[in-house]
Design a protein around this ligand. Structure first.
Ligand code: HEC
Length: 108
C-alpha cells in the first residue's frame, strides 16, 4: 500500500510540467495558438507545426539554434514573442513532443 502511494506521488511529480528556468508550458501553448498558428495551422504558409513533428531532443536543438524558416531568419521573427516567451513555447513543444510521456498537438 505504502509503495503504491509512493509510486503515485512519484508519477504525479513527474507529470507536473518539468521545464527549465521556470518556463511555463501552459503559457507556451497560448503563445503558439496566438502567434504561430496563423502560419502553422491547416493550410498555413508554414505547414502544420505541432509538438508531434519532433522528438524532445530535436525540439531542444531547434530552440537552441534559434533559427526559423529553414534557417533563413531568427526564431520568433514575425511574432511578438520575447526570448522568455519563446522559452515557454519550447517548454510546451518539449513536454508534448512525439517521444514525450504526453505527446499531443496544440489543439485549436
Ligand atoms: C509569418 C508566418 C510564420 C509565423 C508567424 C511562424 N512561422 Fe514557422 N514557418 C513559417 C514558414 C514559411 C516556414 C517554412 C516552411 C517550409 O517551407 O518548410 C516555417 C517553418 C517552421 C518550422 C519547421 C522548421 C523550420 O524552421 O524550417 C517550425 C518548427 C516552425 N516554423 C515553428 C514556428 C513557431 C514555434 C512559431 C511561433 C513562435 C512560428 N513557426 C511562427 C512561417 C511562420
Amino acid at each position: 500500500m505504502r509503495n503504491t502511494l509512493y509510486t503515485i506521488l512519484a508519477m504525479a511529480a513527474l507529470a507536473a510540467p518539468l521545464s527549465a528556468h521556470g518556463a511555463s508550458e501552459l503559457k507556451g501553448k497560448f503563445y503558439i495558438l496566438k502567434q504561430c498558428k496563423p502560419c502553422h495551422g491547416e493550410g498555413g504558409s508554414g505547414g502544420v507545426v505541432t509538438p508531434l513533428i519532433k522528438t524532445q531532443a530535436q525540439w531542444r536543438a531547434y530552440f537552441k539554434a534559434g533559427k526559423h524558416d529553414k534557417g533563413k531568419e531568427k526564431l520568433g521573427a514575425h511574432t511578438k514573442l520575447s526570448p522568455a516567451q519563446l522559452k515557454d513555447v519550447e517548454a510546451f513543444m518539449v513536454a508534448h513532443a512525439s517521444d514525450s510521456p504526453q505527446p499531443m498537438t496544440c489543439g485549436g
